[in-house]
Design a protein around this ligand. Structure first.
Ligand SMILES: [Zn+2]
Length: 184
């Protein structure tokens, strides 16, 4: 798929940062202003996620250090603002990927079920329960808001191998030079 062309068609303004960009390891600030800017940003997050065929995207992945993430799965959209885990149960190991690690997948153990609390773009608080894939997506995105990445759950050996691969990708000569240049 030609993602550059798709980005242009959709008018995507948000660049997704790739590991090892140091921004991905930084903690985030809670959202306190529930205004039009927030709603507009959330809409852009959804657009960027869809343009990259993702099921989730967190604000730090586009360089914004705020507690905002979106998840979309089987036609259901979840806007997570200032989310926190209320309760978790079980354990399930499954393959996981991340838009900041294109083409990389690894087995990660996560709780099988979660109950979370989060706010919407108007500041209203919602309690959400999810299991399996969606629970995993919630937890993966919430990790991003604390500067944690899915590779943090892997052995140092596996993490090292992924880091090496990503360094190669980022250095990649013909891959996406205009994008990398624009980011700096
Ligand atoms: Zn991710």
């Amino acid at each position: 798929m030609d993602q550059t062309k798709e980005r242009e068609l959709l008018g995507i303004e948000l660049d997704i940062l790739r590991y090892p960009d140091p921004i991905l390891k930084k903690p985030t600030e809670p959202v306190s202003a529930f205004d039009e800017d927030l709603a507009g940003f959330v809409e852009k997050l959804y657009m960027a996620m869809r343009a990259h065929d993702g099921v989730g995207l967190a604000a730090p992945q586009v360089g914004v250090l705020k507690k905002i993430a979106v998840v979309e799965y089987e036609g259901k959209s979840y806007t997570l603002i200032n989310p926190r885990v209320l309760e978790k149960r079980g354990e399930l190991e499954a393959e996981e990927g991340c838009l900041s690690f294109p083409g990389i997948y690894a087995l990660v153990k996560r709780p099988e079920w979660v109950r979370i609390e989060s706010q919407d773009t108007e500041g209203k608080t919602h309690v959400l329960e999810a299991e399996g894939f969606v629970a995993r997506a919630f937890l993966h995105e919430m990790d991003h808001l604390d500067g944690h990445l899915f590779i943090d759950y892997l052995t140092p050996l596996k993490r090292g191998a992924i880091r090496k691969k990503m360094m190669k990708q980022t250095r990649g000569t013909s891959a996406e030079p205009p994008r990398a240049a624009r980011r700096r």
